[in-house]
Design a protein around this ligand. Sequence first.
Ligand code: ISE
Length: 341
Amino acid sequence: HVTKVGIVGIGFIGSDHLHRLTKTIANVDVTAVCDIVPGKAQKELDRQGLTAHDYLDYHDLVNDPDVDVVVCTANNEAHYEIVMAALKAGKFTFCEKPLALDAKQCLDIIAEEKKYGKRMLQVGFMRHYAPEYVQMKQMIDEGKIGAPLMIDERHYNQTQPEEYDSSRSIIETAIHEIDLDHWLINDDYANIRVFSPKQTKYVQNAKIQDPMIVMMETKTGINIIIEVFVRCQYGYDIKCDVIGEEGVLELPTVPQVATRLNAEYSTAILTDWKARFESAYDIEFRDFIDHVSQEESPVGPSAWDGYIAAVTADAAITSLNDKGTTQDLSFPEAPALYAEK
Ligand code: ISE
């Protein structure tokens, strides 16, 4: 049985998923693509040697009977309307992170999904599928390092486009850690604050604070520090140390061949985030397609996870704009639809 997929938004990650879905994942046919920039999707199809219907309007794609499943990889601003349209058309939907721009939009999406009485949507928080994070979580659950006390993280990008602003650093970059950490340590966040260190000279406008420090406390008192730096210049660098009562768990870096040359010993650092988490994306899509191809609900990160992350990110933006003041967080019980994973 072949699952027919339509992809909306053929940018960085859209073209990557197009390649993944046609070349890496079995039994998928990408029957349609769409991009608001005329000709952009077709150009990418040609580059990858593929044929698919190229729509200019995503409404036509989501309503195409030849599309069973919608993958939304459009820009953040468009996620909400595309996901709503896909759900209204009754299609299983995969939406890249962030699910939407804020918590309110996420709640609307949840209300739409609830009409089906089952999960229709998965959010692209792919780190849940990264074997190294899965192993860390397992070790924490087994009590290997005792009770976690602190998490120390780094989320560095080599660079981002000029228009990248502080809110994107939070809802598009830090959102990965925001989503991941409470899952990793089985705790809820109690508060968040965002500090503004000295700006790098590489920022091109005043719309971004770069770097920034995101600090969260959980209900049981675990402290989490995330350094977010999207113009760090040297590469793509993700660090995650979980410090427990008995020991520390350390996220491994991607293995690279070491070079001994000219009196130096060195290993490369990746620069592209898509390459850093390539296997996580592959496993994520395999799992998503495995379920939806059988008409079963997806089981990966849900709209509720998207909502929890959005509530936290909204508070982070408030804190950043309010001189780093502490913003208290509280979360309602997950609706039954999302309760069991
Ligand atoms: C991008 O959208 C990602 O998801 C990357 O993982 C992140 O590092 C980057 O900052 C985002 O722009």
